[in-house]
Design a protein. Structure first.
Length: 101
């Protein structure tokens, strides 16, 4: 089953996320409606939360930071990101981020 917050693109995937900045620690909370909710241990000023989000996703999905592009929502809680990696599928992303089988 494909998650609604993650869709396949040619050569990668697109993620819909909702972030909560200023959290005690960075972690994935779960799926909220049609977005993956992530708490970030970063302030939402001067792009710090966006940088933390990209760094967290790069580490969690084993892709370079340069493979992740924030395409929508630079100053919003809801964001769209495109990840360029032929090895990623919606199913593999869900497994890595949510621990789903």
């Amino acid at each position: 089953m494909k998650p609604g917050w993650c869709s396949q693109l040619p050569g990668g995937v697109r993620l819909a996320v909702q972030i909560q900045a200023n959290a005690k620690k960075t972690e994935v909370i779960g799926v909220l409606e049609d977005a993956l909710k992530i708490k970030l241990h970063a302030q939402p000023i001067e792009g710090k939360a966006n940088e933390a989000l990209i760094r967290f996703l790069a580490d969690a999905l084993s892709v370079p930071k340069s493979a992740i592009a924030l395409t929508h929502g630079q100053t919003n809680k809801r964001k769209l990101l495109e990840l360029s990696s032929s090895k990623l599928t919606p199913e593999s992303v869900a497994k890595l981020l949510l621990g789903e089988p």
